[in-house]
Design a protein around this ligand. Sequence first.
Ligand SMILES: *Cc1c(COP(=O)(O)O)cnc(C)c1O
Length: 361
Amino acid sequence: MSYKLFIPGPIDVSEKTLRAMTQAPIGHRSPDFVALYESVQPDLQALFYTKDPVYLSTSSAWGVMEGSIRNVVHKKVLNCMNGAFSDKWHDVSLRCGKAAGALQFDWGQPVDPEAVRRELATGEYDAITFIHNETSTGTMSDIAAIMAVVREFPEVISIVDTVSSFSVVPIKKDELGIDVLLTGSQKALALPPGMSIFSVSDRARERAATMRDRGYYFDFIEFQKNHEKGMTPSTPIIPLIYALRSKLEDIMAEGIEKRYARHARLNQTVRSWVLAKGFTLFPEEQNGSISLNCFNNNLEIDLPTLNKVLKDKHHLVIDGGYGKLKGKAFRISNMGDETDETIAKLLSALESALTEVGNFN
Ligand SMILES: *Cc1c(COP(=O)(O)O)cnc(C)c1O
């Protein structure tokens, strides 16, 4: 049975994208591959707002999140934590054997730039990680304000996760001075899972070159050496690169600015509709994500039953809360290819399912 995903990742993948993946693989050291690899660079650089190369990693985002730690953290990394993914990143830093500071905020709170300044001012750190859009809580932090603080500390290499905000809002890598900007295939880009896309500054690569235990699979220097030949270090997930090329065509055909406007509009449509039903937003409204909405289950709906009705009768699913928010919150994605029509269908399905499950009028 097929059903449409409104969970915040993986998200719904279009027929066009799926078809693009069915092309026969090509040799990854062949001129055809070089042409494919090089064909995606200009559009990726435009979306990253960067002059730096954009690398394709055959891994989910966590591969590059862990790899970045191993490439640039020499002294100590400051991990900003405000949800499930950013909390985990601190754990990953420690598992890599790094000295790591935990800058913790309550779930649903954004990363506070002043707190970042206080920590970095200790002089202990040479790297920082933060997540622009904490998917687990639907909270977006002020990336420009955080980066303004980070730029005050030239020794600090910044690693920024935009897995669920990339191409939803503009993230101007070079202008903001982001050293490592990474995203994943299965969230905002509406591709199947399996690839992480990232761009690395010269500064970060220079740091990497001095790191003796940075490993091989995620080695920034290996990525750069191969990039210069139009290739990846190891055999890449070629079907996903076809899918990426197809998706970049879609994005450019729509227009980047129109894409941003569409996401903002659909996010607001969902938010207003659900708030009008009497639910409340999990983060404060001004910190609410534009990629998805995370609502409190303050009306105590039976979320598993709601999702069963949505799936069986309406062929779609939403999310019933991540980690410690399971059952207490629900999340609805508006990333990727959603339109006014698909969101209208979702809301009418939700209306009907809530009536059935929640004694709504
Ligand atoms: C989903 C997600 C990740 C992890 O991605 P994987 O593809 O599972 O490795 C990391 N960060 C954020 C913000 C995410 O939403």
